[in-house]
Design a protein around this ligand. Structure first.
Ligand code: GCO
Length: 454
């Protein structure tokens, strides 16, 4: 069963919910700029209103309290704190996040603060962004201000959300802000700088914390699921998860390329050989900085691929059965990934794990009765949590689960098309309606997952 202090939570991110119309001194970040370009976002939706959480945060905290949510993972918009990315601090931004954090604490909800969930300051982007090695100092300056202002109340910090995405989707595929297609070599250089920035931020968070804090990072990846319970398929799935098996233009999705340096102190040998011609200078000091000790591993887990052993000791991706279950945005529903993923990650990195995101996009509508009935989200989440429970009962140290997401929100280049919330948002009126899944999640939390019995 789940531990008695298991962190049942919900997750959001600044740009996706706050509404970032330049208010109260906020600076511009790359998503503000990207959304202003035509044909980048579905139906040219823009994030500058989103859920207007910036003004409605008290209402949203009350919804969390009503649902019994114990922990809330949110991100800080870097440009609310440092409008230009470095230099002058914006007191209004500090005030907003202090108010949010205090509101959470007053309502018995523990804040989990993500420093970077893709809101990269535009002024710093113009100076080269993550490609400029100065980014290590920029990010650590930001981290220092965050920890000095919030660590008297916040004890859980996540440095970055999904380097795989904010590098891969943004600079390899060009689908996310700033929408570039960089030379492969640049993307490996960026990734190394990002990892160094993460490490420097960890050092700064530790040095300036006003009380003992816990620090982690929240990568994501497609998990691997053994095709059968045969030992060879299980070994093949484990091997596939950590191998460099992505094609070169999707290289950021190789799990171990980011997690091995952070948790093991070295890049994976297979990747060092495979990518040798693209790599920057990598020093011993770099790896020491990158592998600053962390207290936990976050992981955003949505789905996985079936892996089958081949006779030659290699592995292959096995096809899914015809008509396999999908979400409204066509993601496969693969509940086993919330067993095998934590299991394999815990075996390799031996760190407590938080599922920092897991959720589903469903076709949610407000029914004639004024409610939002979302049986699919309840069904899918039930299946996934049953597998997570199995992993926990077999000894995987999973400390918490954050459902993505609290609110329907701005789903990046998909705009407002994809609804992931436990709470429905009417983006015209900003009316919130708790979906059936929200009330269902309330019962899960109340029973500490006991009602998940098969
Ligand atoms: C991500 C991000 C979230 C997404 C969520 C649904 O994983 O891409 O962390 O911001 O909105 O995962 O795609």
């Amino acid at each position: 069963m789940f531990s008695k202090d298991f962190a049942w939570g919900a997750a959001t991110s600044a740009y996706q919910i706050e509404g970032t119309a330049p208010a109260d001194g906020k600076g511009m970040h790359i998503w503000d700029v990207f959304c202003a370009e035509p044909n980048k976002i579905f139906d040219n939706h823009v994030g500058k209103y989103a859920c207007d959480h910036y003004h409605r945060y008290k209402e949203d905290v009350q919804i969390m309290k009503k649902l019994g949510i114990k922990s809330y993972r949110f991100s800080i918009d870097w440009t609310r704190i440092l409008p230009n990315g470095t230099g002058k601090v914006n007191d209004e931004g500090i005030r907003f996040y202090n108010n949010l954090i205090e509101e959470l604490l007053e309502n018995g909800i523990e804040p989990y603060l993500t420093l970077f969930h893709w809101e990269f300051p535009y002024e710093l982007y113009k100076k080269g962004g993550w490609l400029n090695s100065e980014c290590v100092n920029w990010f650590s300056e930001y981290a220092k201000i965050v920890v000095q202002n919030f660590s008297d109340k916040v004890t859980k910090f996540i440095t970055m959300n999904e380097p795989q995405c904010f590098l891969g989707l943004s600079y390899l595929r060009g689908e996310h802000a700033p929408g570039l297609l960089l030379p492969l070599r640049d993307t490996f250089h960026m990734a190394h700088n990002v990892l160094k920035a993460h490490g420097m931020a960890v050092k700064v968070l530790r040095e300036y914390a006003k009380q003992p804090i816990q620090i982690g990072i929240a990568p994501t990846c497609g998990m691997t699921i053994p095709y059968s319970d045969k030992e060879e398929d299980i070994n093949a799935a484990r091997k596939a998860l950590f191998s460099m098996n992505q094609d070169i233009y999707n290289w950021t999705w190789n799990v171990s390329w980011f997690s091995d340096p952070i948790f093991l102190g070295h890049y994976p040998e297979e990747g060092m050989e495979k990518y040798a011609s693209y790599l920057p200078e990598i020093s011993k000091d770099d790896m020491e900085l990158i592998s600053q000790p962390l207290d936990f591993m976050g992981e955003n887990i949505y789905n996985g691929v079936l892996i089958k052993a081949k006779d030659n000791g290699e592995f292959e991706v096995a096809g899914r059965e015809p008509g396999y279950v999908r979400t409204a945005n066509n993601w496969p529903v693969t509940p086993e990934c919330l067993y095998w993923g934590p299991k394999f990650l815990y075996e390799r990195y031996q760190k407590p794990i938080y599922i920092t995101e897991n959720g589903f996009c469903c076709h949610d509508v407000v029914s004639a009765d004024g409610e939002v009935h979302d049986p699919n989200r309840i069904e899918f989440t039930t299946r996934y949590l049953r597998y997570l429970k199995k992993a926990v009962e077999e000894g995987v140290d999973v400390r918490g689960y954050f459902h993505w997401s609290l609110l329907d929100n701005f789903e990046w280049c998909q705009g407002y098309k994809d609804r992931f919330g436990l709470v429905h948002v009417d983006f015209k009126t900003q009316e919130r309606i708790i979906k059936d899944s929200g009330y269902w999640y309330q019962k899960i939390i109340e029973s500490n997952g006991e009602i998940l019995e098969d």
